[in-house]
Structure formats: structure tokens, C-alpha cells
Design a protein around this ligand. Structure first.
Ligand code: SAH
Ligand code: SF4
Length: 394
């Protein structure tokens, strides 16, 4: 490993195309929706109630047509229909893996595409959502990091991914069934582990997650939402204060030398700085541990010495270590560690007193596993040689 990758790639960041015409209500915060309603003449004293009603229609019942909002007057429904829309990103294709994992290719305004993955398990169903088209960072083992176009998703495009997955799962309650809890949900958990670095799109991610957590919104507990970051240190405390969800960190290495290569943002905020921020993470406790994600790369970061260093580094932080067998993608400069090696690594961590689950790769046959996501239509792909040169793995 001689040549090192830059922290950010030479990407083209596309500005968000401003929507012309009617305003989309999906993704507006409570104050923004209140303001929009006031602007179309809703009397001040009604605004708060109308916001609640509209949120319930949108996020509890999954209604897409103002005419169906039967607790609003006909006139008011007509006003809404004149000024606003209810729109979601469009599902371009849907693939189902042999193991039941579903992958959606979703088109957002401007024609850009992101991927969304639904992973059913026996006791839960997890939706992995994207926060950006591509990613400005250049983690050398990540497929998304090779994509050259980047745009931040809007809050509506982020919460819209949850809504379209509920459409596909047929999971909106039947009208007339009451608003009570109707048992375990198919879509019970959300992880911000799809494309993009969520903390480089903080405001939109925060606004979308507030809707996801609100009792009149999607109504998921904040403990069922996990945000994964590569280590954008200045935003970490803000995540606890302003979002309050669980945190996962893409750790992946136990020396700065190796982490600089794997997760180049380490050159800006190194391991010691990152760990300081995690030690201070206001919400961390034994019941809300920080997840350390650790991708297992053959002969790169998978030795017994690495496992022992990892345990030492994180001491004092309420943590669990999620070992992720590397998922290959075309042109990837790494190989997955052998199973025996992964198990030996997990064992050292477990014996030191930390949970060390090995993440079973899901949806590999449809390229839906961690780090395999990339928009097919935006394959301004780096060449194999270029990747090898940057990572020194050639
Ligand atoms: N940008 C954020 C979230 C998206 S990546 C982050 O980096 O944390 C979600 C997880 O998948 C991260 O831990 C990432 O390091 C991991 N990942 C990326 N590429 C992978 C690959 N090819 N195989 C296994 N895990 C990968
Ligand atoms: Fe971006 Fe995360 Fe991939 Fe790194 S691992 S390139 S931060 S999406």
C-alpha cells in the first residue's frame, strides 16, 4: 500500500433541481408544513390541527390523494390539491433475492437513481436507505465510493424511500382499523447504510428521521433507526442532540496507517479523534451501544493482533462490533477474509466482553449487499487500474 487515496474523489456535485410548480408535502417538517398552509390562507388557529391531520394521512395511512382526506372540508381539500402535491420517488425496478431481500432502484428528481434494500428477518424487517446519490468519499472497498455523480437527497426523497417500501410490502393500515398498534411491522427498522454519507447531508437526514420517528409520522422508535457514518467527527454530537437515533461507525482498521487507506476521511479525523467523539457521544449507554462496523478484508485488517488492538482502542465505550464479510463488486481490489479467520477474530472480541456478530451477507445474488450499491445508469466507473493505483492493491 504505497499510494494513498484522496479523502474526496474528483466528483461532479449536481445541484438539486428546484421543483417548479406545486410544492410537495412529503418531507416538509412540521414548521415548514405549517408555513405552507398559512401561505394558502389556513387560519392561524387551525394550522396546528391541520398539520397533524395531514401528517396522519400521509404517514400513517399512506394516502396519496387529497380527495381521500375525509376529515378535511371539501373546500380545504380543493385548496390543497390546487397548491400542493404528494409525490414519492419513482420505483424503476424491483428485484427479489433468493433469500427474500428486496432491492429497489429508485429515480429521484433530475433523473438520478439510488438503491434501497429491504431485508426481512424472523423478528424484524430492516430497510436500508440512501442519503446521497453516490458519495463524495473514497473508501477503497466500497462500490458506492467509485460513483462520480453526487447529489444530496431531499428530506422528502429520504422519507419517501420508507413510504415506497411500505407500498410494496402492502403495509399501510386498512382504513377504519383505528390508529392503534396493529402488531409487529414488516418494516420495523431503518438503517442509513445505503448510498452516501448521511452526515454530509445532515439537515435533510435529520428532517426525514424526525418524520420517521414522530407519532403522527411513520412512528418508528428512535431505537429502531441506525445512522452509519464513516466518521464525520464534527457532526457526531449533533446526531445525538438533533436526531437521537442509534449510531454506527465504519471503523474498519486499528492503525491510522491502514485506516487512512481504507477510509480516507481518517486523514482529516484520525482514530484517536474519532474515538474521543464517540466517548463523548451523549446517548451511549449499555442499552444504546455504539455499533462499530468492521469489514473483513483478507490479509489487510483481519489478524489476531488487529482484533486485540481493536478491543484496546474501544475500551470504555459501550459498544458492539459488527463484523462485515467483505462483499465483492466488479473491479474490487480486496478479497473477503476466510470464514475461519472471521470466526477467530470474532472470538477474540467476544472473549473481551463485546458482542461480535458476523453480518450474514444478504441479497448478494442481486448485488444488494453492503457496499455493492451503485446506480447502474451512472456508472462513470473508475478503471480497475485506477482503483489499484489508489489503494496500492494492484
Ligand atoms: N457512508 C456511510 C453509510 C453507508 S455504507 C458509512 O460509510 O458508514 C454502510 C456500511 O457498509 C459501512 O460500514 C461501509 O463501510 C460498509 N461497506 C461498504 N462497502 C462494503 C463492501 N464492499 N463490503 C462490505 N461492507 C461494505
Ligand atoms: Fe461513502 Fe460510506 Fe462508501 Fe465510504 S463506505 S465511500 S463513506 S458510502
Amino acid at each position: 500500500m504505497s499510494v494513498s487515496a484522496p479523502i474526496t474523489q474528483d466528483v461532479l456535485t449536481i445541484p438539486r433541481k428546484m421543483a417548479e410548480g406545486p410544492v410537495n408535502l412529503v418531507g416538509l417538517t412540521r414548521p415548514a408544513l405549517a408555513e405552507a398552509l398559512r401561505a394558502v390562507g389556513t387560519p392561524d388557529k387551525q394550522v396546528k390541527m391541520r398539520v397533524n391531520q395531514i401528517w396522519q394521512w400521509l404517514y400513517h395511512w399512506g394516502v396519496r390523494d387529497f380527495a381521500a382526506m375525509t376529515n378535511l372540508s371539501k373546500d380545504f381539500r380543493a385548496t390543497l390539491a390546487r397548491h400542493f402535491t404528494i409525490s414519492l420517488p419513482e420505483v424503476v425496478s424491483r428485484q427479489v433475492s433468493a433469500d427474500g431481500t428486496r432491492k429497489y432502484l429508485v429515480r429521484i428528481a433530475g433523473g438520478h437513481e439510488v438503491e434501497v434494500v429491504y431485508i426481512p428477518e424472523t423478528d424484524r424487517g430492516t430497510l436500508c436507505i440512501s442519503s446521497q446519490v453516490g458519495c463524495t468519499l473514497t473508501c477503497s472497498f466500497c462500490h458506492t465510493g467509485t460513483q462520480k455523480l453526487v447529489r444530496n437527497l431531499t428530506a422528502g426523497e429520504i422519507v419517501g424511500q420508507i413510504m415506497l417500501a411500505r407500498d410494496d410490502l402492502g403495509e399501510w393500515p386498512e382504513p377504519g382499523t383505528g390508529t392503534g398498534d396493529s402488531g409487529p411491522r414488516l418494516l420495523s427498522n431503518v438503517v442509513l447504510m445505503g448510498m452516501g454519507e448521511p452526515l454530509y447531508n445532515f439537515e435533510n437526514v435529520r428532517d426525514a428521521m424526525k418524520i420517521a420517528m414522530d407519532g403522527e409520522g411513520i412512528s418508528l422508535s428512535r431505537r429502531r433507526i441506525t445512522l452509519s457514518t464513516s466518521g464525520v467527527v464534527p457532526e457526531i454530537a449533533k446526531t445525538a442532540e438533533e436526531i437521537g437515533c442509534l449510531l454506527a461507525v465504519s471503523f474498519h482498521a486499528t492503525t491510522d496507517e491502514v485506516r487512512d487507506k481504507l477510509v480516507p476521511i481518517n486523514k482529516r479525523w484520525n482514530i484517536a479523534t474519532l474515538l474521543d467523539a464517540l466517548r463523548e457521544y451523549p446517548k451511549a449507554s449499555n442499552s444504546e451501544r455504539i455499533t462499530f462496523e468492521y469489514v473483513m478484508l483478507k490479509d489487510v485488517n483481519d489478524s489476531d493482533a488487529d482484533a486485540r488492538r481493536l478491543v484496546k482502542l474501544i475500551s470504555g465505550i459501550p459498544a458492539k462490533i459488527n463484523l462485515i464479510p467483505f462483499n465483492e463488486w466488479p473491479g474490487a481490489p480486496y478479497q473477503r477474509s476466510d470464514w475461519a479467520r472471521i470466526e477467530a477474530f470474532a472470538d477474540i472480541i467476544y472473549k473481551a466482553g463485546y458482542a461480535s456478530p458476523i453480518r450474514t451477507p444478504r441479497g448478494e445474488d442481486i448485488m444488494a449487499a453492503c457496499g455493492q450499491l451503485k446506480s447502474a445508469t451512472e456508472r462513470a466507473r473508475k478503471s480497475r487500474a485506477q482503483i489499484a493505483a489508489e489503494t496500492g492493491q494492484g
